[in-house]
Design a protein around this ligand. Structure first.
Ligand code: ADP
Ligand code: MG
Length: 252
């Protein structure tokens, strides 16, 4: 069987087991068990402060954890050092704030990490960057600077930049929350395309349309715990817990 064939023997793309995290006295992640299969799209929902961002950041150890295991494609994340950088390079992350380098062109924003971290040649990195910009619908903007682009365009650049590292999994933490409403759709569309193409994704979002259409699973967090882990259909039509019903009552 080739590597491409996702069989029963291949490890989950993301595996968290028994993960705990405190900020001082605050217990922000409580015994988190989460597995994301290859090609699976998991949407994480929950009230503000429930631990969604910390969960995302724990997946690539932007946030150190107190105890438990995090594995990417079967490889445990080491606490630090060059091994951590290697595994982390497999995890693309897109934040609410686009975090583009303001003094660099769009093209340079995208080629920087592949050249520096992956050792790709500059010309190859540029060729790939142009293809990625086409893919996110802004192939004509490569020579501009971030400030010359709209928020929606900048977020699409941020997605292209993460994809340029050829990650095994993409994490999105409220990627549309800082956007003007009319720009949300174009970013959701790029994410939906990625999901359709089989990218493994963990997405924190308030876009319930995306959750219903693109997610294979919904994980509902409250108070640092995973309270429900189910299909979008069952989560939205038959939430099992009072806490989820309460949450849905407020947002829908
Ligand atoms: P969410 O993304 O679901 O809104 P977060 O993961 O950002 O939640 O935060 C979970 C809890 O941890 C919140 O109570 C938040 O105030 C707290 N928190 C987050 N980051 C820090 C930090 N760096 N130091 C102290 N407390 C934090
Ligand atoms: Mg958050």
């Amino acid at each position: 069987m080739s590597d491409e064939t996702a069989g029963a023997s291949s490890p989950p793309m993301v595996r968290m087991a028994g993960v705990d995290k405190h900020f001082g006295d605050l217990h922000v992640l409580r015994d988190i068990d989460l597995e994301v299969a290859r090609g699976e799209v998991v949407v994480v929902l929950g009230p503000s402060g429930s631990g969604k961002s910390t969960l995302c950041r724990a997946i690539n150890r932007l946030e150190p954890i107190d105890s438990g295991i995090v594995e990417i494609d079967g490889v445990a994340l080491p606490a630090e050092g060059s091994e951590l950088a290697k595994v982390r390079a497999d995890v693309g992350m897109v934040f609410q704030q686009f975090n583009l380098f303001a003094h660099m062109t769009i093209l340079d924003n995208i080629t920087l990490a592949p050249v520096r971290v992956r050792g790709v040649s500059k010309s190859e990195a540029q060729e790939r960057a142009r293809a990625l910009l086409d893919r996110v619908g802004i192939g004509d903007q490569s020579g501009k600077y971030p400030a010359q682009l709209s928020g929606g365009q900048q977020q699409r650049v941020a997605i292209a930049r993460a994809l340029a590292m050829q990650p095994k999994v993409m994490l999105f933490d409220e990627p549309t929350s800082a956007l003007d409403p009319e720009m949300v759709g174009e970013v959701v569309e790029v994410m939906s395309d990625l999901a359709r193409d089989g990218m493994t994704m963990v997405v924190v979002t308030h876009e319930m349309g995306f959750a219903r259409r693109a997610a294979h699973r919904v994980v509902f967090m409250d108070g640092g715990e995973i309270v429900e882990d189910t299909t979008p259909d069952s989560f939205f039509s038959r939430p099992a817990t009072e806490r989820a019903r309460d949450f849905l009552g407020k947002i829908l």
